[in-house]
Design a protein around this ligand. Structure first.
Ligand SMILES: [Zn+2]
Length: 148
């Protein structure tokens, strides 16, 4: 009979995980809970989908900050206010229209509208810096997490 436990370590490494990490605190919002999820077990838990057609757009792990913040509020020249989140990439988006440097919300970055590659809904904007680095500003209420 082989011993079930590793004779070198003496006890299972799984016991090192504190059970309280998984329970979380319901008052602290969802951000910390999402970070403790095992992305290998639940790859779709990390995904953000187009609200209109439920196609994959980007991932929670692609969230980034620009000018010190992830979420930015802007109004377009027509007075429509958008709440956008900054993402390092958005594989489910397609470019729409030519790049422009006018009225940029993140000067000196130029911008280009992006749409859902599946249903063509407007998802936000792709910003290109003079150094050719890219980030996406996506309209947050057009993204959804795949619910249970
Ligand atoms: Zn879509």
């Amino acid at each position: 009979m082989k011993p079930l436990k590793d004779p070198l370590s003496g006890f299972s490494a799984k016991m090192k995980i504190a059970p309280s990490e998984n329970i979380g605190n319901s008052d602290t919002g969802t951000g910390t809970i999402e970070k403790t999820r095992n992305k290998e077990d639940e790859p779709w838990r990390d995904a953000l989908l187009c609200r209109q057609c439920m196609s994959f757009i980007t991932r929670e792990s692609s969230r980034t900050t620009v000018n010190g913040a992830h979420v930015h509020m802007f109004a377009n020249p027509h007075g429509i206010v958008f709440e956008i989140g900054c993402f390092q990439n958005a594989a489910g988006c397609a470019n729409s229209g030519p790049p422009s440097g006018e009225f940029s919300w993140f000067p000196p970055n130029s911008w280009q509208a992006v749409i859902c590659a599946s249903c063509l809904a407007h998802m936000g904007w792709r910003f290109l810096s003079p150094r050719q680095t890219v980030f996406f500003g996506l309209i947050l209420d057009r993204l959804v997490s795949p619910g249970p």
